[in-house]
Write a protein that binds this ligand. Structure first.
Ligand SMILES: Nc1ncnc2c1ncn2[C@@H]1O[C@H](COP(=O)(O)OP(=O)(O)OP(=O)(O)O)[C@@H](O)[C@H]1O
Ligand SMILES: [Mg+2]
Length: 329
């Protein structure tokens, strides 16, 4: 696998003394989609700004497709498209011209066909002659994405692309990301919608307080840190659980109609079938049994809070992985 971006021991302390990045090292492969997750103030935008050369780093160095982003700034910057978190966009220029102009800034010849393709894929073509001030917030965000793609970058940064956008734009964006991935574009995305990372990323990096907590293949991460939950609904309310269940991580709902059992996603099914057997042998009628995989969101929240056991009750809203008989442990 070729390296697209290589970040070596990068730190950033802002002028006021705040250390926003603390010794970050990270390799990003060509053609991969990396989601950078972290709470507000974690350092995501600072890291992107450091790579794109918008903020200067205090220590370390960064290579973009082999170019040092300080000494070879122009070559490095040309590889990169950036959709910034903050909107900064003109008012009176038209959509087409502003996107076209951005391409020119990189010293490239005009390419109206390419600009047309980009605008069409973002459903902006019918607005191409509109002045920017006439656009809604979501449309302006589309223009920012179009501007980032104007010079056909090999690496695209999307800093919170779906903050405050409607479902349709989010879908458009996911489609576009998929197209760009097929063209081999490397994509680095920050998002607070963890299901977005779950849907489109290949790898997940979690950053908190300026440090990388982990970088892991998405499926591997979910397999390693994911928990599974067995959810049982009883035919009649249960007031006391069999003693044999004491050694299992089971919880009975207050009204006694539901039981949840949390287990390691890597474990084999023995615990699961034991729990079901114990319940059946005790003569407790089961109305419904299902299993559920903990979501990336739960894993993320746990990581950031430094906890290891996800709370079963917080499982709602997670990635559903329901099976009718709970046999997929
Ligand atoms: N120009 C600056 N001067 C001083 N501190 C700054 C500056 N810019 C950012 N910071 C601080 O650096 C930290 C990281 O900010 P950054 O914008 O990188 O976070 P983020 O992870 O992108 O957060 P968010 O999810 O809110 O976008 C924050 O504590 C922020 O207050
Ligand atoms: Mg940010």
């Amino acid at each position: 696998m070729q390296t697209g971006i290589s970040i070596k021991s990068v730190s950033k302390t802002y002028d006021n003394g705040f250390a926003a990045l603390d010794n970050i090292s990270l390799e990003i492969n060509k053609g991969e989609i990396l989601a950078l997750l972290g709470p507000n103030g974690a350092g995501k935008t600072t890291l992107i700004s450091a790579i794109t050369g918008i903020v200067s780093t205090t220590a370390g160095h960064i290579l973009v497709d082999g170019f040092d982003n300080k000494r070879q700034y122009r070559q490095a910057r040309k590889k990169i498209g950036l959709v910034p978190q903050e909107m900064s966009i003109g008012a009176f220029e038209t959509v087409f011209n502003t996107v076209s102009f951005t391409r020119g800034l990189f010293g490239l010849k005009p390419a109206p066909k390419h600009i047309e393709h980009v605008l069409r894929s973002l459903s902006l073509w019918d607005k191409k002659d509109n002045q920017l001030r006439m656009l809604s917030g979501g449309m302006k965000r589309r223009v920012l994405i179009a501007k980032a793609l104007a010079h056909e970058p090999e690496i695209l940064f999307l800093d919170e692309p779906s903050a405050g956008v409607d479902v349709e734009l989010r879908r458009d964006m996911w489609r576009l990301v998929e197209q760009l991935r097929e063209q081999g574009v490397t994509i680095i995305l920050t998002t607070h919608y963890i299901e977005e990372a779950e849907a489109i990323a290949d790898r997940i990096a979690v950053i908190n307080q300026g440090r990388i907590l982990l970088v892991e293949d998405k499926h591997e991460l979910m397999r390693k840190l994911g928990k599974k939950h067995l959810l049982v609904e009883f035919k009649n309310a249960v007031h006391e659980l069999p003693n044999e269940l004491d050694s299992f991580d089971v919880k009975l709902s207050e009204d006694g109609t539901k039981l949840s059992y949390t287990y390691d996603a890597r474990a084999d099914a023995s615990g699961l079938s034991r729990v079901i057997n114990i319940l059946s042998s005790a003569g407790l009628g089961l109305k419904e049994v299902q299993t559920k995989q903990s979501s990336l969101e739960e894993i993320f929240v746990d990581l950031v809070n430094n906890q290891t056991t996800p709370d079963t009750q917080s499982a709602s809203g997670g990635a559903e992985d329901k099976t009718s008989n709970g046999a997929r442990a």
